[in-house]
Design a protein around this ligand. Structure first.
Ligand SMILES: Cc1cc2nc3c(=O)[nH]c(=O)nc-3n(C[C@H](O)[C@H](O)[C@H](O)COP(=O)(O)O)c2cc1C
Ligand code: SF4
Ligand code: SF4
Length: 253
């Protein structure tokens, strides 16, 4: 029996948390989905670590549940836990995950959310200083310590579903859908291809030595933050988030 930590992380916050959990192997959800890193045959404990998107689940996490977990016999899995990372308000994201898992016959045993330094570009206009980031990281360290001991003890803590859950879920699904991007690639692009390797949607191609962003964007901002030339821009935004893991650790291909 293997213990698996399935992680979706665009800008590195969720991956940095997953790396702190001992006793499990990390699998990037995109690599599970494209079969380049399939799940082991028998799983003892399954962790799902992901960022909150629009109060709900990111598109790749939804696909992981509906297209991957739903297709296996999950009777081997004894304990499923989830950790959601967020910037401001997680709202119903864990309840959303619980509903999705219930829908495929799995039970979420434990869920927790952790506030992380702000990577979300539209929120970064509020200028996050180094001091605030460090204060957030101290709280993260404290909280993840408690979460890890809960998981080791296989504690049961199921997220409350909340009365507005259905309405929020529908709005969140619509908002988190892949669509045309507001990002643009400037003349500084060197054609290094990092953005294409990091994009969770495989939505960036190199054409004539320059990056070209397609119409299946989920606005995760991985490409924006990790471009070494700072050549990807978003209206009125400036400043890249250095992040908590190395760029190569976030490569999906
Ligand atoms: C498209 C998108 C939607 C988001 N929606 C929310 C949200 O509803 N509430 C919130 O608190 N944070 C929200 N965030 C912030 C992320 O949850 C947060 O930055 C997270 O730690 C990023 O994780 P990652 O670095 O592993 O990708 C959103 C970020 C993105 C990119
Ligand atoms: S990461 Fe930046 S420099 Fe490299 S291909 Fe993408 S846009 Fe161009
Ligand atoms: S194009 Fe950029 S912002 Fe859009 S999904 Fe890909 S990496 Fe994320």
């Amino acid at each position: 029996m293997d213990n698996v930590i399935a992680v979706y992380s665009a800008t590195g916050n969720s991956l940095s948390l997953a790396k702190k959990i001992e006793g499990g192997s990390i699998y990037l959800i995109e690599k599970i989905l494209d079969n380049s890193s399939p799940l082991p045959e028998k799983i003892g404990k399954l962790g799902i670590v992901f960022p909150v998107y629009c109060f709900g689940l990111p598109y790749p996490v939804l696909r992981f549940i509906r297209e991957c977990l739903s297709k296996r016999d999950n009777s081997d899995i004894g304990y499923i836990y989830a950790i959601a990372t967020y910037s401001k308000v997680p709202l119903t994201a864990l309840a959303d995950l619980e509903t999705e898992l219930t829908g495929i016959g799995c039970a979420l045993s434990y869920g927790a959310s952790v506030k992380m330094p702000i990577a979300y570009v539209p929120f970064r206009k509020e200028a996050v200083g180094e001091i605030e980031t460090l204060a957030t990281l101290n709280k993260v360290q404290n909280k993840i310590g408690h979460i890890i001991s809960d998981i080791n003890e296989e504690k049961l803590e199921i997220p409350s579903r909340g009365i507005m859950r259905r309405m929020i879920r529908a709005m969140s699904r619509e908002a988190a859908k892949p669509r045309e991007s507001k990002l643009s690639v400037g003349a500084g692009c060197s054609g290094c291809g990092i953005c294409a390797r990091i994009c969770p949607m495989d939505n960036i191609r190199l054409s004539d030595g320059k990056a070209a962003i397609g119409n299946e964007c989920i606005s995760c901002y991985a490409c924006y933050h990790r471009c070494p030339e700072n050549a990807i821009s978003y209206p009125d935004a400036e400043g890249q988030y250095e992040g908590l893991v190395r760029t190569e650790e976030l490569f999906k291909r």
